[in-house]
Design a protein around this ligand. Structure first.
Ligand code: PDD
Length: 277
């Protein structure tokens, strides 16, 4: 396959990372993952806006502007002749002798990007998934999409070992998000999700689903809610670039209502699918 390396295109085998890259040593970098439907990047502008924000928050200077990056990603998709799948790219602060603080003299960032082909729906589970509640032990800047994902990795593994598909994280009983997604509940016809602050990543899919809810006239509350509210919810679902809207029908040993995807969840998923298919 063809990869993007800074401003050039290489074969996967030609792409080499320096052992003193700060992304490799410190997780000092940012990333984005976005979907390609029918050869076109989905919600590209929102992803680029989030990338620019992540860069600002880490005081990382992008190697070139987001318009040029979008052009390169488009080329990458075409070079790989990919119709449906993912684009993943990341930018690290660059390679230099290991010191925690930023390099004194500016060095070049390292940007790498690749694609992964999927069928339209292999990541979708309309029948619902099982989740497990896991302590959210991450740092307090979960709003930045950084390469440092150890808290997410450990939570995801924990859920997997308990036989669940995803970890739903909570801080002292307040549900934040999933290890790879945002989490929504429905109670008495109202959609509820954690506000977009430093405790969660403001998912692009989250933003899109809130817009769909608006369009469909579904009332929304962006507020914190507890694990107890989650367990007593009428419906629960997760959102991400990979899974769109996926019902959560079981949480550990507890069924969400009757253990079937809820009505509002299904309406949102249908609306979502209509927009991308
Ligand atoms: N994960 N929260 C976390 C912690 C995430 O890692 C993700 C996405 C989301 C949803 O964001 P979006 O809707 O923009 O995909 C929320 C991506 C897919 C990943 O790490 O691969």
């Amino acid at each position: 396959s063809v990869i993007l390396y800074n401003d050039t295109f290489l074969t996967r085998e030609q792409g080499k990372v320096d052992m003193e890259d700060r992304g490799y040593q410190f997780g000092d970098g940012i990333y984005e993952a976005l979907r390609v439907y029918n050869g076109k990047m989905f919600l590209l502008d929102l992803h680029m806006k989030r990338l620019a924000r992540s860069a600002r928050e880490l005081r990382l200077t992008l190697p070139y502007d987001t318009d040029h990056l979008a052009e390169n990603l488009d080329k990458l998709i075409k070079e790989n002749k990919m119709e449906n799948g993912y684009v993943y790219f990341q930018i690290t602060r660059g390679a230099i002798e290991r010191k925690h603080r930023f390099p004194e003299k500016p060095i070049s960032c390292v940007l790498t990007g690749s694609v992964e082909e999927t069928t339209q729906d292999e990541d979708l589970h309309a029948e619902g998934i099982k989740a497990s509640l896991v302590d959210d032990i991450r740092w307090l800047r979960c709003d930045i999409k950084t390469l440092n994902l150890l808290g997410n990795v450990l939570a995801n593994q924990d859920a997997f070992e308990k036989g669940a598909d995803e970890a739903i994280l909570h801080r002292d009983g307040v549900v934040t998000e999933g290890s790879t997604c945002n989490v929504f509940i429905v109670k008495d016809g109202t959609l509820i999700t954690h506000p977009a602050n430093h405790f969660i990543l403001n998912g692009i899919t989250r933003i899109f689903v809130l817009e769909l809810a608006n369009r469909l006239g579904i009332p929304v509350e962006e507020r914190t809610y507890t694990t107890e509210e989650l367990l007593n919810a009428d419906e629960a679902f997760i959102t991400s670039t990979g899974v769109r809207v996926t019902p959560v029908v079981q949480i550990d040993d507890h069924l969400v209502r009757d253990g079937k995807p809820g009505q509002i969840t299904t309406r949102l998923l249908d609306a979502f699918n209509q927009d991308v298919d």
